[in-house]
Design a protein around this ligand. Structure first.
Ligand code: HEM
Length: 468
């Protein structure tokens, strides 16, 4: 049966379904050859390769005939009719009610009869497919609201047990970075190995240095997973842990990502080549390659995700980049829009020009930084990495805050440059033209971007529910 059959309508003038004309010929035979009996589940075919709750999803290998959930609206928006209304489909084995079903697998997936005012027709439902088991990879267990809440509480407890700002901000930021490194290796064009949020990272790779102090046998986060959550997929656990950090560090705990949290990711045990898809800090070509080209996101999304650099810091021994993006390690434990404010307001001076580790610093302590991939969101530094972001700011002693290259102000993008979209997004996330505490534009954009990034390419995820 082709997909175009889906919307083909059959109408019965007497509102009784005398005909199954819209099913393919061979499907009708399947139906005829499977006489009904009184046994409760006679209409449910057995799946061999599929895991999941039959109240939530159906197995694709048995064309969702096992589905017993409460989906009752079709993909065109019609409400299902009772199965008992059709003489040819008495209700046995379909459970009471007017729900999407595929008795005996006669259709391609769960469907139901509907009434459109002109008569009776049928239509497919958008019941999700359950996860298919694949050898070697770990499939997820039940992830319900209670466990999600427990993860928030457990992360908070670990956070509170860390007694200094430096380590605490690295713990919090490191978790969010871990999730980002998991999802940034997604490549939509590679159908065989899209990767993305699959719980798999090459910890030995130079791209991931530093994450080994977040996920290691003696690391609190991994110990938490091993002792309490190892029935969940690692991929799901990481995203939930990231959500916990964002919630705990957001202003008044106002950014709770649970409504856009979906679970059911499969953890990959091996992901060769994943590191080659991760961004270097060279500049906006990395941002474009990862977010726009391979992950299929927009500039708005990319800029919102990079706002996470407000948490945590760079460490010389890890990435070669040293400093926090925001004023200090205390601010680096607050998930707000400060990253964008800092980008705009400080006099950023290039550091290590000409080296692989070139970045930007400000102030005498040199403990605040921006990467090329941050600066390039508003400054056109592709061809000039030794400019200064603001040349007109002076210290009390009259010295220019730029210190070097006082006269060489970094260029901003012109209106016809596609990267102007990045600048516009930064300005939007500032929350207003003057100083303000409006984090709403950033939080809203981050919610969307984080949702896209953490569910990229995954079609069988499920929302949080109290039971599963
Ligand atoms: C172009 C993309 C990106 C580049 C080049 C980049 C680069 C870096 C670098 C060099 C560090 C310092 C690591 C260290 O020395 O320990 C870092 C840290 C961090 N990154 Fe990114 N990043 C990117 C995207 C992201 C995204 C999308 C997120 C989250 C949504 C993120 C979140 C973080 C966080 C929270 C830290 C602090 C980690 C800690 O404190 O240990 N980054 N990033």
């Amino acid at each position: 049966e082709s997909d175009s059959d889906v919307n083909r309508l059959i109408r019965g003038s007497d509102k009784k379904l005398s005909s199954l004309a819209s099913f393919a010929e061979e499907d009708i035979d399947v139906f005829k050859e499977s006489p009904l009996d009184d046994e409760h589940d006679s209409r449910r075919l057995q799946s061999s390769s599929c895991v999941g709750n039959d109240m939530m999803c159906g197995c694709s290998d048995v064309r969702q005939s096992d589905y017993r959930g409460h989906f009752s609206v079709t993909r065109s928006g019609f409400t299902c009719m009772e199965w008992s209304m059709a003489d040819s489909f008495p209700n046995q084995g379909l459970e009471d009610g007017a729900f999407c079903r595929n008795p005996n697998g006669v259709g391609q997936k769960a469907w139901c009869f509907v009434e459109d005012g002109n008569g009776v027709m049928w239509d497919y439902c958008d019941v999700p497919n359950c996860q298919v088991e694949s050898s070697g990879d770990i499939t997820p267990g039940c992830f319900n609201t209670a466990r999600y809440n427990d993860i928030y509480a457990d992360i908070e407890e670990i956070k509170n047990s860390i007694d200094n700002d430096f380590d605490r901000s690295h713990f919090l930021g490191g978790i969010v970075r871990l999730v980002a490194h998991d999802f940034m290796d997604f490549d939509a064009s590679n159908k065989r190995k899209p990767m993305g949020p699959d719980g798999c990272l090459l910890f030995d790779s130079s791209m991931n240095v530093g994450l080994g102090s977040i996920w290691c046998d003696s690391c609190p986060l991994k110990q938490l997973y091993d002792s309490k959550y190892s029935d969940l997929s690692r991929a799901d656990f990481w995203v939930a842990a990231g959500n916990a950090v964002i919630f705990l560090t957001s202003i008044n705990n106002s950014l709770d990502l649970r409504n856009t949290f979906y679970w059911g990711r499969t953890t990959l045990d091996s992901c060769p080549g994943s590191d080659s898809r991760l961004p270097t800090t060279a500049g906006c070509q990395d941002v474009e390659g990862v977010f726009l080209e391979r992950m299929g996101l927009t500039w708005k999304d990319a800029v919102a995700l990079l706002g996470a650099h407000t948490l945590g810091r760079g460490q010389k021994q890890f990435s070669g980049h040293h400093g926090t993006w925001v004023p200090n390690d205390k601010d680096a434990q607050v998930f707000d829009k400060k990253y964008y404010e800092e980008l705009f307001r400080r006099a950023w001076t290039p550091r290590g020009v000409g080296t692989e580790d070139q970045d930007w610093a400000t102030g005498s302590s040199q403990d605040k930084m921006m990467l090329n991939t941050d600066m390039c969101l508003i400054f056109d530094i592709d061809n000039d990495k030794s400019c200064c972001s603001r040349t007109s700011m002076f210290k009390p002693n009259g010295q220019n805050r730029c210190e070097i290259n006082e006269d060489r102000e970094c260029m901003m993008y012109s209106a016809d440059n596609s990267r102007i979209e990045a600048t516009k997004a930064v300005k939007r996330y500032l929350g207003g033209s003057g100083p303000n505490s409006n984090n709403v534009p950033f939080y809203n954009a981050f919610t969307i971007a984080w949702f896209k990034a953490t569910t990229n390419g995954m079609e069988t995820l499920r929302p949080l529910q109290d039971t599963c």
